[in-house]
Design a protein around this ligand. Sequence first.
Ligand code: NAP
Length: 231
Amino acid sequence: MPSDQNPGERQKILILGGTKEARELAQTLVENGHAVTTSLAGRTMDPILPAGEVRIGGFGGAEGLAAYLRENAVTRMIDATHPFARRISENAIKAAAETGITLDQIVRPRWQKQPGDRWRAVATLEQAADLLPSGATVFLALGRQYLDAFVPRTDCRFIIRMVDAPEKPLGFFDYALILGKPASDPSHESDLMTAYGITHLVARNSGGPAGYAKIIAARELGLPVIMLERD
Ligand code: NAP
C-alpha cells in the first residue's frame, strides 16, 4: 500500500478501484483524514462500496480522466485496479503525465507455482482454448469478457462462474452457469469442482488472496490448470 506521503496534510485522492485492496486503502486514507473518492467502472450490479465518496462509470479515456482530475482538484491518484484491467491503468499513466498529478500504483504480486501445481502457462485466451483436450469439463473462473475464445470448443463442457447473470444467453454449446463470487475456502471450491466433474481449470494469474482458493483446490485435487499469465 502506498505510504501517506504528507501525513497531516489533507489530500484530495482519487482511487481507481474495483478491488479489495482499493477498499482497504480507501478505509485507511479516510481514517487518516483525506478526502477520498473511489472510482468504479460499474461492471457489477451490487458492488461493495468503500469508505469515502464513490463515483461510478468510465471517464471517457485518458483525456476524460485528466479532465476529471483537473475539475475536481485531485492532488493524488492511486491505481488500485485489478492487474488484468490494463486499459484504465494505461489511461491513468497518460492522465497523470498530462496533468502532473502524482500517480501511485498498487501492484499485486502474481501467484507462484507451488509443489503439486499442474500449471500450463499461456499468454492468450486462444492458446488456453487450444490446450483443452476434447471431452474436457472445464471450469472457467475468468470473468465475462474473457469467455469468447472458448465458444468454438463445442467438444468440451464449460462450467462458468460470474458475479451477475448475463443479459443474454452465452453462446456455448454445452455449459452451466454458477452465479456468485469465488469462495475463500479451498474446500468449498474443491466441493464445487468435484460436484461438476471438473477436469480442467482455466484461470488468470491475478495474484492476491481473493481468487486463490480455487488454485489450492485444483492442487489438492491434482487437476491441470491452464494459467493465463500477465505481460
Ligand atoms: P479495463 O479494461 O482496464 O477498462 C476498460 C474501461 O472501463 C476503461 O477504459 C474505463 O473507461 C473503464 N474503467 C475501468 N476501470 C474503471 C474504474 N475503476 N473507474 C472508472 N472507469 C473504469 O478494465 P476492466 O478489466 O473492464 O475492469 C473494470 C473494473 O473492474 C476495474 O475497476 C477493475 O479494478 C475491476 N475488476 C476487474 C477485474 C478483471 O478481471 N478485469 C476483476 C476484478 C475487478 P473510460 O475509458 O471511459 O474511462
